[in-house]
Design a protein around this ligand. Structure first.
Ligand code: UD1
Length: 429
């Protein structure tokens, strides 16, 4: 199994290109199931989760062509995928595939909408809490589907097709909103989704669906209205930049000091996180090419932060912020409100000498002047990268084990960081 070796102590200086957003690319690829025409997606990140979803869609009979690089293309531009679900040959998504990636459960929505049936294994994915699918099931039932659970599978049927409905989410849910949105596009009549998630990835998917002929208004607000249409067609869409990757590298720069241009980043996608970084002592300057982040001289100031649905501080940056706060001058509090049990990184950060006390959903971090390198274990996607951030300033050598989590969500992490002066390498085997 690959590992990452880091020798801490170097400042980051240079340019980091930001990839397409994993959390938009996955639902966009799944939306390809809604039409028998070709959906072309540009700027798709080269990640293990994307490759895994290609296998899952392939199992349903979807042809995916990945266009090669053309002369003049930047060596590391995101890939272009041509997704063609002309013939759906199988409406079952098996356990062996779905259990590896939670978001693949969402195929249930387009399959039901277009084929009026689906059999999808209950999901697996990151171990960051119980992560039920009750709200997704509620949304599909509201749209007229009959759902039963048998042998670990959700079996869904809508013999006459889905029908528009009012869907009110008791809790803000990204997965629930994606599923409701996709399913409603081909339902008969109007669907109104209230307490919808406002995440930029929802807006990106809604934009793409509208280009495919869907009639969606209100995406990005808490009320989304969908007028069902009989058929969707192909289109071409560019995946928006990854705000979590942007925030992660911004925190890495704040941690090590230095000056880095995050090329292609869009500040409005992560304003809450950028505000926290400024409070912590970083300089954040939006410009034409993205965002420049620097920290020169000044130490890291402690902050108090709670995670929240967009536009609040994202739970997917909670572990990275905690790594940053381990070397702050004083005591910080970080409260996790989205996922219970999303604190697996606390034990691992302690291996660097970090002082973190957990009390329910709140972690109190007492900043320490120095972290020391250690062997650590990646546990979930975002937790893994918090260990990399700690390793970048820790004295001596850090070895991050089990990095397949990192490969699920961060494209060429070690190359992007070493190009900015970090001593970081992948050790194969
Ligand atoms: C998505 C993101 C993930 C991010 C999360 C919150 C993708 C692929 N993943 O995950 O990176 O951390 O949003 O921003 O986009 N819940 C229920 N019942 C349900 C569904 C959700 O109780 O049926 C709960 C969850 O357990 C959690 C909360 O709702 O406590 C939010 O979950 P949700 O927004 O659905 O997260 P995901 O879509 O799984």
């Amino acid at each position: 199994m690959d590992r990452i070796r880091i020798v801490g102590g170097s400042k980051l200086n240079g340019t980091i290109p930001i990839s397409g957003a994993k959390n938009a690319a996955l639902p966009l690829m799944i939306a390809g199931l809604l039409t028998d025409e070709t959906l072309i997606l540009d700027n798709v990140p080269r990640l293990a989760d994307v490759a895994q979803l290609q296998r899952i869609l392939g199992n349903h009979g979807v042809d995916i062509m990945s266009a090669g690089k053309r002369p003049g293309d930047h060596e590391y531009q995101g890939q272009t995928l041509h997704i063609s679900a002309a013939n759906i040959i199988d409406t079952t998504a098996p356990y062996e595939l779905v259990s590896k990636m939670r978001a693949s459960f969402w195929v249930i929505a387009p399959l039901l909408a277009r084929m009026h049936e689906a059999k999808v294994s209950l999901p697996g994915g990151c171990a960051i809490g119980t992560r039920p699918v009750d709200l997704l099931i509620m949304a599909l039932e509201k749209l007229g589907a009959e759902l039963t659970i048998d042998g670990g599978y959700v079996i869904a049927k809508a013999p006459g097709g889905l029908k528009g409905a009012e869907i009110d989410f008791a809790k803000v849910t990204v997965s629930g909103t994606h599923v409701a949105l996709m399913a409603a596009t081909l339902a008969k009549g109007t669907t109104v989704i209230t307490n919808a998630a406002c995440e930029p990835e929802i807006v990106d998917v809604a934009d793409c669906l509208n280009k495919m002929g869907a009639r969606i208004t209100g995406a990005g607000t808490t009320t989304i209205t969908v007028e069902g249409v009989a058929k969707l067609h192909g289109t071409r869409h560019t995946v928006l930049p990854d705000r979590i990757e942007t925030g992660t590298y911004a925190m890495a720069v704040a941690m090590t000091g230095g000056d880095v241009q995050l090329s292609g980043a869009r500040p409005e996608l992560l304003q809450a996180a950028l505000d926290v970084l400024v409070e912590a002592g970083a300089t954040v300057t939006p410009n034409n090419d993205g965002i420049r982040v620097a920290r020169n001289g000044a130490g890291i100031k402690p902050v108090n932060v709670s995670t929240a649905p967009f536009p609040g501080f994202p739970t997917d940056l909670q572990a990275q912020l905690m790594a940053l706060m381990t070397t702050a001058k004083g005591s910080s509090n970080i409260t996790e409100t989205i996922f219970e049990n999303r604190f697996m990184h606390v034990q691992e950060l302690a291996r660097f000498g970090a002082r973190i006390h957990l009390d329910g959903e709140t972690a109190t971090i007492d900043g320490t002047a120095k972290l020391r390198g250690a062997p650590v274990m990646a546990t979930d996607l975002r937790a893994s990268v918090s260990l990399v951030i700690a390793g970048l300033v820790a004295e001596g050598e850090t070895m991050v084990n089990r990095i397949y989590h990192l490969d699920r969500g961060f494209e060429r992490l070690e190359e992007k960081l070493s190009a900015c002066g970090a001593t970081i390498e992948r050790i194969s085997g």
